[in-house]
Design a protein around this ligand. Sequence first.
Ligand code: FES
Length: 157
Amino acid sequence: MSGNADIYHEIIVDYSRNPTNYETTEQRAHEDSFFKTTDVIFHDSNPLCGDSIDIGLKIDDNKVTDIKFSGKGCAICMACSSVLTEITKGKTLDEVRKIEKNDILGELGLEHLQAVRIKCALLSLKVLKSALYTYLADHLDNSQDVDSLKEDAANLY
Ligand code: FES
């Protein structure tokens, strides 16, 4: 591995061991769980491996004030989910809509990831876009305004 590849590999392993903005199954079952106070939760899984991710958002004044994920995934999935939550927290809903796959892949040096691993890397982004779509469709008079978001999620990989 080249120097940069080594560094990115270490970062991914570190995130997978210590994911950020993450609740374990035990924490999630607790009455103080973040997921009991969210404005929207969405869940999806990777059909190839069965790994699955939930993302919960707290939204106030059109801004994501807090975000966490839970579930299980491989090291790439856990690292990308962590990075995604870090990128998303504090953004307006419009800014969140504009998050693209390269915003996450670029943070972890994964721009040239093999097709077979891309689902691992982008599962959380798919879940986030679907969560945002669900929230906006519930809160807008005309949900056609956000149908492109649903398509974005469906066409990520
Ligand atoms: Fe399951 Fe990567 S192998 S998400």
